[in-house]
Write a protein that binds this ligand. Structure first.
Ligand code: SF4
Length: 397
């Protein structure tokens, strides 16, 4: 079982951000943490026909996303971690536990995060170019980001990831090359590179409407993503998922579990989870989330039961995001299906368009397919032909 915990607080809201975020205010943090604890306690499955609670499932990974989880100080993170570990019967340091962190925040707490059980730090660097950081509305500099990564190492963090953005306003191949160079010089174990998306309703959407020429065009962003692939793979990072690169052995186990449709319990506003074939998302609004939990109700807003065809389509789509792609053997083991039969039409069409290639073990996206991944993956979401579900070896936890 994976566990995702959403910690929505940020010191200020970046103008391109469309995540479920809240400006940091002490009393709201305290209310939210109380609600999280209640949600966690209620998450324990109940024994059929009784009021007794069963023991919580075994946890394999824990992920604090946001928001800026490191906006909470070490004491709050340590207390929350202690509650989570006690609830799931896990031990600090015994499982992968990721904390997203902002380089402008709480550098003095890095050692205590680790002592509390954080085993993986994911740092929102975004760029090492100060002008780009300023336009992104970030409150750190490139030098601060470098200092934060080095401080994390000194504090004993052995698994450090950094996030970068491709397609920031004013970004050029030369400025991106400099960012990649400084990223590699910091020697992170893992690098995520996300294309900037202009989300409706954000200040960036209004800026983009007024001044589209301030933003790199789609082709230019695709070139930046190719540049990231070339530079990072040349530096020894494996491009193991569309947006993710890792030194061997440092792939994110939590995300790998998600791409394998592992069960994931989700806690916090807007968090989305998957348990026993149910995909769900908690309500996105802060007050609605806290009020629902405080009144003894569930915070789940959207709940969808995935039928067999949904699970097969989603499994293919998620697998395509990874460097292994959809593997014949794995698909047969999990679903009792021959994936080449089930997906014969999208495979043919994607191959014809140069988006997909065959490997010895299955099919995977080409470099062009990675750039057009949404279009390619969408074709696999709804399998057109499915025999009646065979006895399947698929497990979901
Ligand atoms: S720090 Fe991250 S989560 Fe917070 S507002 Fe900026 S982009 Fe959004």
């Amino acid at each position: 079982m994976l566990c995702y915990v959403h910690l929505p607080f940020c010191d200020r809201i970046c103008p391109y951000c469309d995540f479920a975020v809240e400006e940091f205010r002490r009393e709201r943090v305290e209310r939210y943490l109380r609600a999280l604890r209640i949600e966690l306690e209620n998450a324990r499955p109940q024994e059929a026909g009784t009021t007794s609670k069963l023991s919580a499932p075994k946890l394999s990974t824990l992920y604090f996303g946001g928001g800026t989880p490191s906006a909470l100080g070490a004491d709050q993170i340590a207390k929350l971690l202690a509650d989570l570990f006690a609830h799931f019967g896990a031990e600090a340091g015994g499982i992968e536990c990721t904390l997203e962190a902002n380089p402008s925040r709480n550098v003095e707490d890095l050692a205590r995060y680790r002592e509390a059980g954080v085993t993986r730090l994911s740092i929102g660097v975004q760029s090492f170019d100060d002008a780009e950081l300023h336009r992104l509305g970030r409150d750190h500099s490139g030098a601060q980001a470098e200092a934060f990564v080095h401080a994390a190492r000194r504090a004993g963090h052995g698994n450090v990831s950094i996030d970068l953005i491709a397609g920031a306003p004013g970004q050029t191949p030369a400025s991106f090359a400099a960012t990649l160079e400084r990223a590699i010089a910091c020697a992170p174990d893992h690098v995520s590179v996300y294309a900037l998306t202009i989300e409706a309703g954000t200040p960036y959407a209004r800026w983009h409407e007024r001044e589209p020429q301030a933003f790199p065009e789609d082709d230019a962003v695709a070139d930046l993503l190719e540049q990231a692939h070339t530079t990072l793979t040349h530096a020894g990072y494996e491009h193991y998922e569309i947006s993710n690169f890792a030194r061997p052995g440092f792939e994110c186990a939590h995300n790998r579990g998600y791409w394998r449709q592992r069960d994931c319990i989700a806690l916090g506003m807007s968090a989305s989870g998957y348990e026993n074939g149910l995909r769900y998302r908690n309500v996105r609004d802060f007050d609605a989330y806290c009020t629902a939990i405080e009144s003894g109700n569930s915070a789940r807003d959207e709940v969808e039961r995935l039928d067999f065809a949904d699970r097969v389509g989603e499994a293919a789509m998620l697998a395509l995001r990874t460097s292994e792609g959809i593997e014949d053997r794995d698909f047969c083991d999990r679903f009792g299906l021959d994936m080449r039969t089930v997906f014969s039409r999208p495979i043919k069409e994607c191959r014809r368009a140069g988006l997909l290639e065959e490997t010895r073990h299955g099919v995977r996206l080409t470099s062009r397919g990675r750039l057009l991944a949404n279009a390619a993956c969408a074709q696999f979401l709804h399998p057109s032909f499915l025999p009646a579900p065979a006895a399947s070896g698929e497990t979901t936890s």
